[in-house]
Design a protein around this ligand. Structure first.
Ligand code: HEC
Length: 105
């Protein structure tokens, strides 16, 4: 392979990588997905709860963040969510909120 062809190949390859990774980002990055996965034990896969725990899928982003902050601060009392919410930063609440808001109810 001569130098020019190799460069053309490299550029095409990198462009392809960039384009193919874009839709994955839009659907919620891996970090958001991983955060949400730790809620699945009680709130179901992607927030589709089946066992009487509140459904998170499709929850309004602002409502979600408010509730998580209230659990964290103790403004709202619950059984397990107060302890659970303490493990996350406000930035992570935002990421989770985006993820769950994007799920269909
Ligand atoms: C051990 C089970 C359990 C886990 C794990 C869990 N939750 Fe909960 N969640 C509950 C229960 C039970 C409630 C009802 C309030 C309470 O008793 O604390 C609740 C309530 C909520 C509510 C309020 C919903 C509403 O409409 O009132 C939100 C928001 C929430 N959880 C988000 C999450 C998120 C985000 C995670 C993961 C980071 C998570 N929960 C992990 C059990 C759980």
């Amino acid at each position: 392979m001569n130098k020019l062809r190799f460069q053309t190949f490299t550029i095409a390859f990198i462009t392809g990588l960039t384009l193919s990774s874009a839709p994955v980002q839009a659907a919620g990055d891996n970090h958001s997905r991983n955060l949400a996965a730790s809620c699945a034990a009680c709130h179901g896969t992607d927030g589709h709860s089946v066992a009487g725990t509140p459904v998170l899928a499709g929850m309004d982003k602002k409502l979600f963040v408010t509730q998580m902050k209230d659990f964290k601060s103790g403004a709202r009392t619950g059984t397990v969510m107060n302890n659970h919410a303490k493990g996350y930063s406000d930035e992570e609440f935002e990421k989770m909120a985006d993820f769950f808001a994007a799920q269909k109810r």
